[in-house]
Design a protein around this ligand. Structure first.
Ligand code: CA
Length: 703
């Protein structure tokens, strides 16, 4: 079986190598800042408030004072790696989650630790959780409780004052192979979480529990299950008419792993659903069928979980396009009419404004390089697709690729400037069908990837913006770009904006930057000496304003597979921190801060070790179906996990086997692989040793 070095597994992996491209109105600004008491402005929810605009009314830090902004304190996180969480600030305490769902409570003024709570998600892991690197996008706060959703599928509620467990309840279906990485949301006395895992056979759903007791409230599946078992509700019966074959055997996908916005005004919760699974549509549709509710926004009754309406961005997704990016609510004046809208930049590269009273599309325009569709037909609400984009006639390089033009990194909306600030990514993916891959699909090991198709990351060497990211300032009324800042790196952080019209964003290169939200002028930056993915927040305590952000690289962009990452790679053991800034603060990062790049890792080769080509090939297949997600393409890690080519534990065959078989490092997020037999473990081991040998022979590693 020949895989041509193709990375079957991850979206991440799909970015592996550069390949040649084959084919070639204004909102009504309320006076948010000036009439808000500046004494204690909190950041109590994931997107700040229920509308998830990430617009803070704080005004102390502005264009005229930001020159005085400095590091107030830093809080070291030696047990952490990839940090994606939006911290919350409530009544002088910052709450956030680490990569394995540990909750931290830190004094918001001094940075002193108050308590930590470890839900022990690592040792409890089922095999299903191995498809995703350990990340957690944050906690929820309500009524003196802090909530975290764990990788093994629980929601855990902890007393905000003491850090003592209040309750812990299963929210995901045990053993269904899905996991959880999102931040739960609390609304109307309930706490809700969705699942991940479309690539390993999951069926998407959200579960709501009683926030006080943890008691089950309701569940809504986003795609239909096995019809012979009966549908859960009318919405599923309706959705099932858009599916064919035995899709339920492969899960179907639609996993709502991030976006869940509570619309208090219209009494509904809006869920953003994920891609179809497997990517090969023949397993779930006959010809062109929509596959509801994949890649959609679905409105549910918050009390019952009953379906209200939906809008589907991508009928029959075959590109890993997902609507899991944050959903932002506001009112906009469009063509003289006041409209209640939701705004979303799903991964497919369009920016959508949708009437949130009924799910009808108002407008949609491309925010960047998009070739899968010509436009979105505003009459039908459906895309006008490029006929080649479904790669039925042969390989096709689609933009955006499966990483998306926008991913989970939050955008922010400033009602004063009327602009949405979007972390944008320009990358393609080449997709093609493979009979071998289709044949392997039913034999997919639990928690291992198989998409039913093959793919590879693509960047056109003639396009200087390919493989790069930008910050876009987008006018949602005019559907036009107002300004942009382009970066060398693409896996940059989420965004926050303030009533002084500042925009803050952390970058993959380790800087936290502030811009003038009207012009995009760079006003301030700080070198965090660590890649930042998480969105910053701001808050005030006793009339003093702070800006806070988690610095910790990893996740989707941290797998080492992306283009030439030599300038942006962070070692697994480089320090992770919570950093907090204030005016006139003059703190420094702890001394002896080393920034060991993975590119200079001390590679280990054992000249005496004989590698068998057949074993190496077998190991490569297994490695690329799972390990690659965290440890990187050809075992070249850049921050999300240790570089196995340089790890003494991985170099010792016995220790290596123990880690895989017994889950010795489960608490650090390394899953157990006890269903691999000795021969398979040996194969993975040999493959990793071969990558170290090859890299060394090519002159990589320390001199
Ligand atoms: Ca996906």
């Amino acid at each position: 079986m020949k895989y041509l070095g193709t990375l079957r597994a991850m979206k991440l992996a799909s970015l592996a190598t550069v390949v040649m491209v084959q084919a070639s109105g204004c909102s009504s600004p309320t006076a948010h800042g000036s009439n808000v008491d500046q004494g204690n402005i909190e950041w109590p929810g994931y997107g700040l408030d229920a509308n998830e605009q990430r617009f803070s009314p704080a005004t102390q830090i502005g264009p005229d004072t930001i020159g005085r902004l400095g590091l107030a304190w830093s809080y070291d996180l030696p047990a952490e790696a990839a940090l994606e969480a939006t911290p919350l600030e409530v009544a002088g305490t910052i709450f956030f989650s680490g990569s394995m769902g540990v909750i931290y409570a830190v004094d918001a003024v001094t940075g002193k630790e108050k308590w930590t709570y470890d839900p022990e998600a690592g040792p409890k892991e089922e095999h299903g959780q191995r498809m995703i690197y350990p990340v957690n996008r944050g906690v929820a706060y309500w009524d003196n409780k802090v909530y975290v959703a764990t990788r093994d599928g629980r929601i855990v509620a902890v007393d905000a004052g003491t850090g003592k467990l209040a309750w812990s309840q299963q929210a995901l279906i045990p053993g269904d192979g899905s996991t959880s990485t999102g931040a739960p949301r609390v609304f109307k006395g309930k706490v809700i979480i969705g699942n991940s895992g479309a690539e390993v056979g999951a069926r998407g759903y959200v579960t709501a529990l009683d926030a006080k007791t943890g008691k089950f409230a309701w569940r809504f599946f986003t795609v239909p299950g096995d019809p012979s078992k009966g549908f859960e509700n009318e919405a599923m019966a309706m959705a099932a008419k858009t599916w064919s074959g035995e899709w339920w055997k492969y899960g179907g996908g639609g996993t709502p792993w991030n976006a869940m916005t509570y619309d208090a005004e219209l009494n509904q919760i809006l869920i953003g659903t994920g891609n179809g699974g497997p990517y090969a549509s023949k397993f779930r549709a006959k010809g062109m069928q929509d596959n509801l509710f994949v890649t959609s926004v679905v409105a549910l009754d918050p009390d019952t979980g009953k379906y209200k309406w939906h809008y589907q961005y991508n009928p029959l997704d075959v590109w890993d396009y997902k609507a899991t990016m944050d959903i932002v609510l506001t009112d906009l004046t469009i063509k003289g009419q006041r409209r209640k809208v939701l705004m979303q930049a799903p991964s497919n590269g369009f920016f959508y404004v949708i009437d949130r009273t009924n799910g009808k599309l108002i407008s949609a325009e491309k925010i960047g390089k998009v070739n899968w569709a010509e436009r979105i037909d505003l009459k039908t609400g459906r895309p006008v697709e490029n006929p080649d984009a479904r790669y039925e006639k042969g390989p096709y390089t689609v933009y955006p690729g499966l990483i998306g033009a926008h991913n989970w990194q939050a955008m922010a909306y400033n009602p004063q400037t009327g602009l949405v600030y979007i972390p944008y990514i320009q990358l393609g993916t080449t997709f093609w069908h493979s009979a071998e891959e289709e044949a392997m699909l039913p034999k997919r090991k639990k928690g291992f990837w198989n998409l039913g198709v093959l793919n590879q990351g693509a960047a056109d060497p003639k396009d200087p913006m390919d493989g790069r990211g930008s910050l876009l300032a987008w006018d949602p009324v005019a559907q036009k770009l107002r300004w942009r800042v382009d970066y060398k790196s693409w896996w940059n952080g989420g965004v926050m904006t303030t009533a002084t019209n500042l925009v803050f964003q952390g970058l993959e290169t380790g800087e936290l930057v502030a811009y003038d939200g009207n012009t995009g002028k760079r006003l301030w930056s700080f070198d965090a000496k660590m890649g930042i993915m998480a969105p910053p927040i701001t808050y005030t305590v006793n009339h003093k304003q702070y800006v806070s952000v988690l610095a910790g690289y990893g996740g989707t962009g941290g797998d080492g597979s992306v283009l030439d990452r030599k300038t942006v790679s962070w070692a697994f053991d480089a320090p992770r921190r919570l950093l907090t800034f204030a005016l006139d603060a003059k703190g420094n990062l702890p001394k002896n801060d080393t920034i060991p790049l993975a590119a200079t890792a001390d590679l280990i080769d054992q000249p005496g070790l004989t590698l068998a080509p057949r074993k190496v090939a077998q190991g490569e297949y297994l490695y690329n179906s799972s390990c690659v997600a965290c440890h990187g393409v050809a075992a070249k890690a850049v921050g999300g996990a240790p570089d196995l080519r340089a790890s003494a534990a991985a170099a010792d065959r016995e220790t290596f086997g123990t880690i895989l078989k017994d889950g010795a490092l489960a608490t650090r997020g390394m899953p157990r692989f006890d269903d691999l037999n000795t021969e398979e473990v040996d194969a993975v081991y040999q493959y990793i040793r071969s990558t170290a040998r090859a890299a060394k022979a090519n002159g990589a590693g320390k001199p």
